[in-house]
Design a protein around this ligand. Structure first.
Ligand code: SF4
Length: 394
């Protein structure tokens, strides 16, 4: 069984159930989504949000809607004391608390910006993203336009979570031969277990450099005509480094079918939906269950002989007119990336408390919609006051 070469199409799942409401789209496009369900049932106060703008689009959130934001989150200070109650609740692994089976790379990038802010965004969806939507949509449109330069996007109706994952696999299977023949692809889905947690992402672009190296290119759109600050750049570096780790593992045979059962609880014997099957047949494949397609994907990846990613480039462009602001080559430092990843994941595993920004990065708080209610910030201010009084007393 093999896929037809260079189909020129990628598929997007359109869920007809609420089992898996996310679309298989790039992280940049995720910016425009209201929520990516990940196959979980969301409850008030436990919802998830895709306010990933801070790692992909710089969006000023400071004083713009501060009054509205205060109103929205003013309830946090009500006599009901939601935050106080939450603190007293039995400590639960955040991954379980937010009913997440896996993390997006963009979750980890938001966490790198400010973990506390990311948690507030999960707990109180709707506060932050109101202000970001316009810029996020503009960024997503640029990404989509670029994507359409290399292939058509076909919507496929999905009924189950297995269908949605089957679409990801189909896209991977269609892109492998394009890369094998020296072509370039956009929106390459990447996923595998990293340090015990399943991580998912979408690589913006993969192609070959003039030296014949496999090159990852990530486009970042900017709302201001300037390059990002170093803290944003380090978040971007982390993002693309994770993509490399995910991709390299996939082509090195590290993607094992059992992780899809263990982490995502997907059903191997699930018969795929009618529309999904139609596209599988069009790709020249003869599989009927999710398990068959999963196995085929893992085997194709492992025996693809695709190289690992040799070179990583970040491209910054101005959202308003598409001007190129700069292009940077990222040095992949596996040790540092792994250390930082383990630190991020230790929060999700419930091994440590949530953290806000360090004092050196307190400037981020002035751009944050949660600054008026942030417990981390209050605690830091109190600590600083105590320190100051102690100094004076001496
Ligand atoms: S106020 Fe500062 S520490 Fe608190 S969530 Fe916002 S950025 Fe993070």
């Amino acid at each position: 069984m093999s896929v037809t070469e260079g189909s020129g199409e990628v598929y997007r799942p359109i869920s007809t159930t609420d089992e898996e409401g996310f679309s298989d789209i790039s992280d940049s496009e995720l910016l425009s989504l209201q929520d990516d369900n990940l196959g979980n049932t969301l409850h008030p106060g436990e919802g998830r949000t895709n306010s990933h703008g801070l790692c992909t689009n710089e969006v000023g959130t400071s004083a713009l809607n501060q009054e509205e934001v205060k109103k929205s989150i003013g309830k946090l200070k009500d006599p009901g004391g939601i935050l106080q109650r939450k603190r007293k609740q039995v400590v639960q692994k955040p991954l379980d608390k937010f009913r997440m089976k896996y993390l997006w790379v963009t979750n980890l990038c938001s966490q790198t910006w400010c973990e506390q802010q990311m948690v507030y965004e999960f707990e109180f969806p709707g506060v932050e993203k109101q202000e970001k939507t316009e810029a996020m949509n503009a960024g997503a449109s640029i990404h989509l336009a670029r994507e359409l330069e290399v292939h058509d996007v076909v919507s496929v109706s999905t009924q189950t979570r297995e269908d949605s994952w089957a679409i990801k696999f189909l896209n991977v299977l269609a892109m492998i031969p394009v890369l094998q023949s020296g072509g370039h692809v956009r929106e390459f889905p990447v996923f595998r277990e990293l340090d015990g947690i399943f991580v998912v992402g979408v690589i913006d672009e993969l192609g070959y450099s003039s030296k014949g190296e496999l090159e990852l290119r990530e486009l970042k759109t900017r709302t201001t005509p300037s390059l990002p600050r170093s803290s944003q750049k380090s978040s971007h570096t982390f993002q693309v480094s994770l993509y490399k780790m995910l991709f390299d593992g996939m082509v090195n045979g590290k993607l094992q079918p059992d992780v899809f059962i263990q982490h995502l609880q997907l059903r191997l014997d699930q018969v795929l939906g009618v529309q999904v099957k139609e596209h599988i047949e069009r790709a020249g494949l003869t599989v009927s269950t999710f398990g068959d397609l999963l196995e085929l994907t893992c085997l194709n990846l492992a025996f693809s002989e695709l190289p690992v990613i040799d070179c990583i480039k970040l491209e910054y462009c101005y959202q308003a007119d598409g001007t190129l602001l700069g292009c940077e080559t990222v040095t992949f430092d596996e040790k540092n990336v792994m250390e930082h990843l383990k630190f991020c994941l230790s929060y999700w595993k419930g091994q440590r408390e949530v953290r806000g920004v360090d004092i050196e990065e307190a400037w981020k708080c002035s751009h944050c919609s949660f600054s008026n209610v942030c417990e981390w910030r209050t605690k830091k201010s109190e600590d600083a006051l105590v320190k100051c009084h102690t100094k004076k007393a001496k």
